[in-house]
Design a protein around this ligand. Sequence first.
Ligand code: AHR
Length: 646
Amino acid sequence: MVTARAQITPMIFTIAADKIKAHIEPNMYGIFFEDINMAADGGVYAELVKNRSFEFNSPLAAWTERLKGGGKGSIEVVDRTAERPENAHIIKVNVNATTGYFGLSNEGFRGMGIKKDERYSFSVNARKPGTGPITMLIELHNAKGAVIGTGRLTPTATQWKKYAVKFTATATEDKASLYVWLKGTGAIDLDMISLFPEHTWKNRPAGLRADLVQKLADMKPGFLRFPGGCIVEGRDLANRYQWKKSIGDIDKRETIINRWNMEFKHRPTPDYYQTFGLGFMEYFMTAEDIGASPLPILNCGMACQFNTGQLVPVDQLDPYVQDALDLIEFANGGPDTKWGKLRTDLGHPKPFNLKMMGVGNEQWGEQYIERWKIFTKAIKDKYPYIKIISSVGPFAAGEEFTRLDKFFRAQHADILDEHYYQSPKWFFDNAKRYDNYDRNGPKIFAGEYAAQSVGGGSPENKNNWDCALSEAAFMTGLERNADVVHMASYAPLFAHVDAWQWRPDLIWFDNLRSYGSPSYYVQQLFSLNKGTDVVPLLQKGEMVSGKDGYYATASIDKGTNELIIKFVNSGATAQPVKFNIEGGKSYGKTATVITLRSADKAAENSLAAPTAISPVKSLINVDGKAVNVTVEPLTFKVIRLKAVGM
Ligand code: AHR
């Protein structure tokens, strides 16, 4: 009996595997990190204590006074602004506890994630002016109050000194809290009360959460854009990101309010601050670790134009421009330069090989143009090899986009940063967006994009399969136009399930676990299967970009000698397809097929089902010059064929 499926005639596509259409930039698919959704503090920066240095607007936020077994005491917040403006608060704890304890507990970032049998490193800066011992008992409590980890310290120095103790947790808990108990009598000054897991990314002390950085490494990203986003700009200029304040001694990095703290009335996060424990040195090192080119974005003298839009007068722009020049020296300079020496002193003599830099984030208007010209001239005069990333504003079209696009083209700008937070329909419809771009103009960086199931930045947005599939369709258009589109990154990258402000996001996590959204796997598949050069994939002489709901692109990988086909079927029926491969090579008897699909457009991954939608590998037979495969409905497939006998 002939089945209904077998009666469907295969759709025929032709691939000219020997005709190179465009070179694909080796670093084309990258990632964009911004400290939004508790991505850094409370997220990838593995510090478990929130408000460790008492610098929140309410200095004792996240801390609670505790008594046990008859102990008494009091806590005073001491302001030492004159002495240490960047770390202005400490606490003085007056202890009256010969029996029992007096102390304080910290709630962590929506709790603390603690793992059984893992080692934890507690540290505190302490100073004990008076005589008589005060001992410190450190406890981790689970959500029910049971002790799941214990350490002890006896601070004795009369001057500030860092004390540390390591201990092993006896149970796993995602909502643990930290108790710091004091016994004795007298006063003790405390600051920088900190707790880190010993196991971090590359086991660096006070480092990054290993599971989250691993998710980034698994994408093999070509670049890391950091530190934002609007966070670069700040709600006002005082709140902007200043890279020089994000490096060096951890207790000298000034904590400031995170701009996403109060941005959305529907998702207020009053406990969201930036400690800069994840600062520029850590960004550069992480980029290096995961093989990504660093792409810092710098404030160009403009606060976020969605907020205050505060401007630095052009005749006072020098310190901002100097920050950009100094950053290049910090990244690339030798030990004989001021900033290159600092990098060396911080433990990284090898340059970071910085090749590009963003001037502003989502800026627009004449004020941007004026400032862009000053920055660009200064950077190009001193470092002509640095490629400047220029903003064409927050939207994919419109008056401001057109005006900036025209201006930058006339200036022969290097790379234009386009952002689009649009509906899945927009992504499907715009797979052809770059087909008619000027091949000789500036290159394009799709710097922030994500399909929004409800609307731009809506809290109702979902990370569903419909969105991810539309992004895959769109990305076939990015890749087909790799001669114009040199870089692309999804946004935002991370979100804490209990503390997010913006949805959708690429990677979700709680205090212990994490998972990639379906969009994560789309990004990963493009990154791992990009090849080196685009070759034409046509249907009756036409590009495959939306007709009948199909989207496709093909590339070859000169390094591995493979042909790579990417195909999206956005329709509701399975479709047998046949790819006829033209050109000299033969492609053996089998091909690897990687399938990402769900029958349900609304389906999502979750902490409970982290890989519900994730790539599945299989092998199919091929005849060396043709591939026959059935593409299921709502499916993204990658097919890899290895050339033989060449
Ligand atoms: O990705 C979230 C925000 O969206 C970014 O900070 C900003 O650049 C864009 O508007």
